[in-house]
Design a binder for this molecule. Structure first.
Ligand code: ARG
Ligand code: ZN
Length: 871
């Protein structure tokens, strides 16, 4: 069944209060729910109360304290006939958390009990109107064996606890803030807390605790620092203050997503909490800071103001991603953060937007909402709101968000409510801008630039104006996406600068706002055609096709004062070269290659550049982004051209790579930007050397591995060793495995390094790893570590003959009955068949059809597979 946004109706019944009583057990938890229900004046007045369920049975139903038989099941839903307008409805259910391999609802992880209710997991615990516009005040009581479940947590404030005298104990929690069911959480088990506190700007002292398995508490300091910094930043920038006396985080090792913003009780995947220098990379530290902030920020953008329905998901996710990006930019290097965010957008969201699963940030329909927790809803959603900050300026934008929070506090709102609040509060007209919410697809903006011919009759006047006019002509076009054959023009804000060729300077950045399919803008005061720097800071999530010569790109890569634009010029230089090489349209290969070599050499030599930025500028554009620039291509050719360029750069600049590796290897470990930059460059230098001089790279990588005091250096060295067929490879992998045995997150790295490796035998390695005793299909992190790394490894996944496609299809079929949510995440890799050569496309389709033929697929996989075959 397809659910449509246009079919939204207000709930028939509201549930202002709910009391939940849990008798906890790993395999038989009894749940007694008491719902205060009230007919909604905005509904049709039906006497039928429909409560959603999923894989649960009602053991008993009472109404106003009396046994009630006037109910029936309608599919998975419980429908109760009620005589009046307000009642107390009691329902008892019995669930087996240890059998819950879907990890949705109440489940067991390593002896712990925990929950994941977003989006529709609450209905796996008890019957309820499981939709985000039904807000209730929750009172929770739980009891269980004290030895097995010493810690008992739920949302809100702890109100009472005690012993039962029979080895069991109990606790009560009350959350005063009405919330939708998807924000409910319960955790029980043996946990230890890292505690701290934060005093809010109005003087509320908040007790903070991060709960982990005993032994892991030493690795929670970074998460705690990140949390405290987030609380402060949200007060300082958005004026948002925390609203309970306690804020708890629990980390669990079995988790479908990254983390969850349950009110007052965030539940995290351990990978976004645990870190110390020996086991976590710099990237892991950044990810923890970002995700901790993200979940905390949801307390306002998501919890205090929630979503009316799941079509509005980007209301909370797009906005919260923007907020966490802004926070991380403030904590570290803002330019580097911007580059990283754009890299992810291009690598993941752009392909989604041009493929069979393309959808607007506010989708119009879905079969399974879990499939819409996508890079489009999250990352493009953030870009769309970021454009509002470009149009209004941050100060006025914040007046808009303040109005939004004031206006909708305590409500379940829509994306339209958000846009309206920004219009009113920031003073913008966003009429046309709303197309970003309605239309999928990445707009392509083509730019033409002309210099007005010198007009002799205007010579004098032209001279006083300081020269001639430059006209930019911009055309926008967006390719059709499924269900949207025609696209209306978007409103596209582009920051630009025009560099004078003679002086190497520009006369200030300008903002141009494209609203038509085609539009021209003229700038006065030039004597010759300037060098165009456009979409500076990536002010709009579009593709730019601009008349910038190789020479101009080299100039911008060296001189652009906007760090993002400088990075972009470097990327463009390489993208054009590689795309031309793959498409067979590259004219002067040697010259083009030489230009790249010169630009990269200049980056290596530029003493004014910090190493964090240098490391960023040295990264070659990713294969997925390169594939986006081609209509259809053999992915192994993209891979080969990219590796070829890497090898050539490795050889040509060999002395510089060696010197860089020597220099940065001498920088001692710290978490400061300078040392992190050094580590980033260290691995990049090894990567280029590995392509050019495997023996020297192996020697250096082995030395780096042996001397490593931290995971960034160790993992970087191991990655390079993994890619080489050298004797050091096996030894280093064995050492790594033995050294970190028992640390699940590090063993995940061991799996993904091998599965994502450039090593020509990667497929063989992956098949063997799938049989390794440490591999399991029930832990999502482990499944992703092995199989997502493989699916993203172009040379292995796309190897001629289709073996890689078969392996991923086998995985999907095997994983689906265990965890459909995670299984569905692998379908897009097979779904991109239109972008590869026809021989491969046929093989990919055949695998999709093999999956589709399975009669008992989850709704998750079914939707993704059928859409991938249709388009
Ligand atoms: N709201 C959570 C987060 O952003 C993610 C929940 C994931 N749920 C899911 N069904 N995939 O921050
Ligand atoms: Zn989120």
């Amino acid at each position: 069944t397809v659910i449509h946004r246009a079919d939204y109706r207000p709930p028939e019944w509201l549930v202002p209060e709910i009391a939940l009583d849990f008798a906890l057990s790993l395999d038989a938890t009894r749940v007694q729910a008491t719902l205060k229900v009230a007919k909604n004046a905005a509904g049709s007045g039906t006497s039928l109360l429909r409560l959603n369920g999923d894989a649960i049975e009602a053991k008993a139903v009472t109404v106003d304290g009396h046994a009630h038989n006037d109910w029936h099941m309608d599919g998975a839903d419980l429908v109760i006939e009620l005589p009046g307008d307000a009642h107390d409805v009691g329902i008892e259910t019995l669930i087996d958390p240890s059998a819950n391999t879907q990890l949705s609802g109440l489940y067991a992880s390593n002896g712990l009990l925990c929950t994941q209710c977003e989006a529709e997991g609450f209905r796996r615990i008890t019957f309820f109107p499981d939709r985000p516009d039904v807000l209730s005040v929750y009172s929770v009581r739980m009891s269980g064996d004290k030895a097995q479940f010493p810690v008992l947590l739920s949302n809100g404030n702890p109100t009472a606890s005690g012993e039962n005298g029979d080895g069991t104990h109990w606790a009560e929690w009350h959350d005063p803030w009405p919330k939708p069911s998807y924000l409910f959480a319960l955790v029980a088990g043996e946990l230890v807390a890292n505690r701290d506190s934060f005093t809010t700007k109005s003087g509320r002292k908040v007790n903070l605790a991060i709960y982990v398995r005993p032994g892991d508490e030493e690795r929670t300091d970074h998460a705690m620092r990140s949390l405290i910094a987030s609380m402060k930043w949200d007060e300082d920038v958005y004026g948002r203050e925390y609203d309970l006396d306690d804020f708890n985080i629990v980390a669990v090792s079995d988790f479908n997503a990254g983390a969850m913003e349950n009110k007052g009780l965030n539940v995290f995947n351990t990978r976004y909490i645990l870190a110390d220098p020996e086991t976590a990379t710099d990237g892991d530290y950044d990810a923890i800071e970002g995700v901790v902030a993200h979940e905390y920020f949801h307390n306002w953008s998501g919890n205090r103001v929630t979503c009316r329905d799941w079509f509005q998901l980007s209301l909370k996710e797009g906005f919260t991603v923007l907020r966490d990006q802004q926070f991380s930019a403030h904590r570290g290097s803002a330019p580097v953060k911007r580059i990283e965010d754009v890299r992810i957008l291009r690598a993941v969201q752009f392909p989604e937007d041009s493929g069979p699963l393309a959808h607007p940030i506010r989708p119009d329909s879905y079969q399974e909402i879990s499939n819409f927790y996508t890079a489009t809803v999250y990352n493009k959603g953030a870009e769309v709101i970021r454009m509002m900050t470009v149009l209004a300026g941050m100060e006025r934008f914040l007046e808009g968000t303040t109005l939004y929070f004031d206006r909708h506090d305590g409500e379940a709102a829509t994306c339209e409510d958000f846009v309206k609040a920004i219009e009113d509060g920031a003073g913008l007209d966003l009429k046309q801008f709303r197309n970003w919410y309605e239309q999928a697809g990445t707009p392509r903006v083509s730019v033409g630039m002309t210099l007005e011919s010198a007009n002799p009759t205007l010579e004098g006047e032209g001279a006083t104006l300081g020269g001639r006019g430059v006209t930019l002509t911009l055309k926008q076009a967006t390719a059709p996406t499924p269900g949207q054959p025609e696209k209306k023009p978007f409103l596209i804000p582009l920051r630009i600068a025009l560099f004078d060729r003679e002086t190497g300077e520009h006369h200030g950045e300008e903002l141009i706002v494209l609203t038509e399919a085609e539009q021209s803008f003229t700038f006065e005061g030039f004597t010759s055609l300037p060098v165009l720097s456009i979409n500076r800071g990536f002010s709009a999530p579009v593709e730019i096709v601009a008349p910038v010569t190789t020479e101009d790109l080299v100039f911008l890569a060296r001189h652009d004062d906007d760090p993002f634009a400088r990075y972009e010029a470097m990327q463009q230089l390489i993208v054009r070269h590689l795309v031309g090489a793959v498409a067979g349209t590259l004219e002067k290969r040697e010259e083009s290659q030489a230009a790249i070599g010169a630009a990269m050499g200049a980056i290596l030599d530029d003493a004014a550049l910090d190493d964090l930025m240098r490391g960023e500028l040295l990264i070659l554009p990713g294969e997925a982004y390169l594939a986006e620039q081609l209509t259809r291509a053999d992915p192994t050719r993209i891979f080969a051209e990219r590796e070829g360029l890497k090898r050539w750069l490795g050889e040509t600049l060999k002395d510089k790579w060696l010197a860089l590796h020597d220099r940065v290897s001498a920088v001692p470990y710290s978490l400061e930007a300078e040392a992190r930059g050094a580590r980033k460059c260290k691995t990049q230098a090894l990567v280029y050397l590995g392509a050019a001089d495997p023996a020297e790279a192996a020697r250096r990588a082995k030395a780096q591995y042996d001397a490593a005091t931290n995971m960034t250096d160790r993992q970087g060295a191991l990655m390079v060793l993994c890619s080489l067929d050298c004797p050091e490879r096996e030894a280093a992998l064995a050492d790594f495995h033995a050294r970190f045995a028992g640390n699940m997150l590090v063993i995940d790295k061991w799996f993904s390094l091998q599965a994502g490796s450039l090593n020509p035998k990667a497929t063989e390695h992956v098949k063997a790893l799938a049989e390794h005793p440490d591999f399991t299909m029930t832990n999502p992190n482990r499944v992703r570590a092995l199989w997502m790394a493989f699916a993203a490894n172009a040379q292995a996944f796309h190897k001629a003959g289709g073996e890689g496609y078969g392996l991923i299809a086998d995985l999907i079929l095997k994983l689906d009955p265990i965890n459909g949510n995670v299984a569905a995440r692998f379908v897009p890799y097979l779904g991109r068949w239109k972008k590869v050569d026809e021989a491969r496309a046929a093989l990919m389709r055949a695998e999709l059809e093999r999956i589709a033929a399975e009669p008992t697929l989850s709704r998750d996989v079914r939707e993704q597979v059928s859409k991938s075959l249709e388009a």
